[in-house]
Structures are given as C-alpha cells and as structure tokens.
Design a protein around this ligand. Sequence first.
Ligand SMILES: Nc1nc2c(c(=O)[nH]1)N[C@@H](CN(C=O)c1ccc(C(=O)N[C@@H](CCC(=O)O)C(=O)O)cc1)CN2
Length: 283
Amino acid sequence: MTATILDGKATKDAIFAELTPRVAALAERGITPGLGTVLVGDDPGSHSYVKAKHADSAKVGVTSIRRDLPENTTQAELEKVIDELNADPACTGYIVQLPLPSHLDENAILERIPPEKDADGLAPISLGRLVLGKQGALPCTPLGVIELLRRYDVPLKGANVTVVGRGITVGRTIGLLLTRRSENATVTLCHTGTRDLASEVARADIVVAAAGSPGLITPEMVKPGAAVLDVGVSRVDGKLAGDVAPGVEEVAGHLSPNPGGVGPMTRAMLISNVVEAAERAAG
Ligand SMILES: Nc1nc2c(c(=O)[nH]1)N[C@@H](CN(C=O)c1ccc(C(=O)N[C@@H](CCC(=O)O)C(=O)O)cc1)CN2
C-alpha cells in the first residue's frame, strides 16, 4: 500500500480561491479585513511563517499590518504594541507569533488580545469559548487538520484519533475540536508521560503527530490504512524534520507530509478566520 498524500499546499490554494471572491464582496460593501502580526525576536522559522502569512493576505486581498520587534523587547513595549493594534480599526484581527522569547510573559500577552480581534483562537477568552462550545475564533492548526481530512473524505465520525503532543497550538486544543458533535471522534491525547505510545498509535484510525520529536512515529506502530498527519516541527542540521519516520507511507492509507501538509493549512485557516470574522462583524 502507498498512502494517498494529503496535499496541504494544493488545498490551501483551493481555499484561497474560495476566499478571494468573499473578500471582494466585502470590499464592495466598503469593508477590508486587515490581518496584523506581532513577531518578537530572530527565530528564522517564525520569520518565515510570518512572511508567508503576509504573502497569503496579499493573495486574497486582506490588508497586512506587520509589527516586528527586536529580541530585547520588554514586556511593557510589547504590551504597548498590542494596545495599538487593539485601537487600530484597520486591524480587524491579529496574531502574536509563538513562541515569544522566554523573558516575556506569553500568557499575559495573549490575555491582552480581545476575542473580537483574536485571529488564531489562542487568547484565553477564545479558548474558554471553545471549551464551552460558544462561537469564537478557533486555533488554526487543529482547524487545518480537520479541514484537510474533510476535503480528502477521511471519516471522522466515530474514528479513534490518537494525538501525540500536548502543546497549546495543536495537541491540547485539537481534542476539543474533534470531540464536538460535528466531528464526533474519540480522542486519546498522548505525551511524554504516556506509558505505551506504540499501542495507543496502533489502535488509531487517525494519528496526529505533534510532539516535535523527529521520526517518533515509525511504520511498525501504524495500523494499516490509518491516516497519519505529521505536524511535528524540529530542525535537524538546519532542515525541517517531522515526527513521522520514513516508511510510514507504505503502511498508512493517507499521509499528510511535512513540509507540504498541515503547515500550509494552518496559514489557510488563519486567513479564513480573518475573513469569517469580518463577515460576521459586517452582519
Ligand atoms: N500565534 C501562533 N503561533 C504559532 C502557530 C499558530 O498557529 N499561531 N503555529 C506554529 C507555526 N505556524 C504558524 O504560525 C506555522 C507553521 C508552519 C507553517 C508552514 O507553512 N510550514 C511549511 C514549511 C515551512 C518550512 O520549511 O519551515 C510546510 O509545512 O510546508 C506555517 C505556519 C507555531 N507558532
């Protein structure tokens, strides 16, 4: 068996083709969605993600507002930039690129983002709304995983999903989305304290690997025909390395590669969140 590739790049392009006329329809009503990004420091990965997000915005007609700050930015300086974006009517939604440098209080910054401007659902009020099943921005990577599976007709209802990794951008939040009635999946969340990772992966219809541990998921672990999504990001000798080891494509039914899988979908869902929020605000 060779897995069907879940092509995140082609799917992102298809989503942008759908979003472009929606942005044009907003423009006819005098509304231009504006995506802001706040980036602190020199992390090359974060710089390339933010650059890509602005290129994406331009493609669909969303305005970009970019705030790049040096590594030694203080908490007070960062909070001032956040307050400026909160007051700027051209910025209809924004993100703070994570991780922030370790001297900054990430949670205090995320708490400052009002839910109506939270473009990637990581502010505490948005996360609380997700827990309560209330309307709000949803985290982009989990949304991207679900949208990719949906577009390739991989069934979620009743599926056993094993998620590996408990970070806030993927592992901790994806279970909340997958266990909504609209998805109705059964989710097992694994982490470094999991006693028998191999058996948790082996019984999964869908594996979401987001541990940031290169090659963690090996072909022997995977149930034949399962869908495997590689969301892990590590750098090995300066090159991107995912969590899924070579050979999994021979066992899995579907595989989202890394790069080229969930990463581009994360970006597509961000732009989609911004457009949807602008449509909702317009009534
Ligand atoms: N505020 C946020 N910070 C972070 C998030 C997030 O959702 N919100 N997620 C990740 C990084 N991320 C988005 O910001 C992201 C990751 C990967 C990609 C992407 O397109 N990756 C490419 C490969 C790029 C490369 O070679 O390095 C791919 O997978 O094909 C986009 C966005 C952490 N921070």
